[in-house]
Design a protein around this ligand. Structure first.
Ligand code: FES
Length: 123
């Protein structure tokens, strides 16, 4: 079953199956909201805080997730599997880059005007 994951810092959403880890699913869908590092729980770059939702978790090193962080809902995106829709916030070392990326994003607004060129009539 697919669950919707929302990254609060960027507003990105993507779908992730209950058997897949969050980071892997995000990368497969070419999303970039959660920073990617070692992909195996060693660097802490993918640290997020789960704001809402249920998840299964694999063992995480105290070197990258302290007991205090764990109590606050912090986990490694490469080590959790969603069991419901999730809302997460990036809190790892790269959080400033994530926020900066969002603030430099922009949107386009298009307007269409049809210009019809008619060659001069030959006389
Ligand atoms: S990517 Fe390194 S701990 Fe998740």
């Amino acid at each position: 079953m697919l669950h919707q994951v929302t990254i609060e810092n960027t507003g990105e959403t993507f779908r992730c199956g209950g058997e897949d880890n969050l980071l892997k699913a995000m990368e497969q869908l070419r999303c970039k909201g959660i920073p990617v590092g070692c992909r195996n729980g060693g660097c802490g770059v993918c640290k997020v805080r789960v704001i809402e939702g249920r998840y299964a978790r694999k063992k995480m090193s105290r070197a990258v997730i302290s007991a205090e962080e764990e109590e606050q809902g912090c986990v490694l995106a490469c080590k959790i599997q969603p069991q419901s829709d999730l809302r997460v916030e990036v809190v790892g070392k790269m959080v400033r880059a994530v926020v900066a990326r969002r603030s430099t994003s922009f949107s386009f607004e298009f307007s269409t005007t049809l210009h019809v060129f008619q060659p001069d009539k030959e006389t």
